[in-house]
Design a protein. Sequence first.
Length: 402
Amino acid sequence: MKILKKLLSHQELGTQLDLYSFHEIAPGAPFWHPKGMVIFRELEKIIREALDRANYQEISTPIMVRKDLFEKSGHFKFYKDLMFTVKNDNQTFVIKPMNCPESTIIYCSKVRSWRDLPLRFSEIGRLHRKELSGVLNGLFRVRQITMDDAHIYARQNQMIDEIDNLIKLINNFYKIFGFKTSYYLATRPDEAMGEKSLWNKAEDALANALKQNKIKYEIQPKEGAFYGPKIEVHVKDSLDRAWQLGTIQVDFNMAEKFNLSFVNQEGKREKPVVIHRAVFGSFERFIGILVENYQGAFPIWLSPVQVKVLNLTDRNEKYAANITAKLTADGLRVELNTANETIGKKIREAELEKIPYILIAGDKEEKTGTVAVRERGKGNLGTEKLEKFKSKILSEIKKKSA
Ligand SMILES: [Zn+2]
């Protein structure tokens, strides 16, 4: 009979694998250790690469801004209790709980022509929300949030293409992790701003883009935001748990509140449509989900340490160090363990760290320029030339499979 292993929480795995920690000194704000930061950086890398290919432009806006910006956007009225404020020089500042209003400042920094649109501003922004201490929960519910955010400023007739692009972007991204997706379309609530005809247009654009991608979806009647309809993407992880991650929201409010415009083909001012979108929401929550999803056994491209090199005897210490240096020089994340312990103990330690590959260097391997390879979950694979091993795992990393 198969014995089911006890699943560990991301808090337990974070400690065990030395990824991050939480401290009373900063409730709701994780401390990222070097190994956790590797995961964070890999996610930043893949999202940035995808956005560069999709013609986004990255921006960065201040963490602290004067309160009146959030009053103008209407956020302060609704989210006042969630915002941290700071007083200085008789002025009140807020620590931004979202990036949206600040992105409009960059949009408005010059006159935009219809030719400039769509403008896709992405931001990996650090946000703060005053969550009650009772609801804080590891990486799942934090006060300091890093969003993979973007705001797209488009003409009305570009809306459907933009939403279509977003659905493809989100789908491709989740495929990397093997997540199954389900889609929801949230429509106009009773209390809504903007003309009804505009809402219909936006809802149609969202629905058509879903149909164009042959995506089945459910309608969530009247569940849209007061400022526009949205698509929400839920995923199921390997443990069959559902998470709400991606979101695509059409917004009529921002253009109105901030008087956004572009010069259209007739030379007249026209309002752009704003689309807010997040692919995986927050880095913190997404990493928490990944840690639990993989139970710490990350695919090689995401593993904080990809290869562990162990020497069999003291005589092989130098050879093991050479192997480590060669692999590191090719961009691999490698650790060397030359502790004066039995090889059995060193292998067990590396296995507990869930490292994808363990290389053992003894006299035989040193003589032939080879390494004895052990793969996570598979055990001993026999000896291999170092160069061959290296090119094999470099191509495995490039594939970025789940
Ligand atoms: Zn936004």
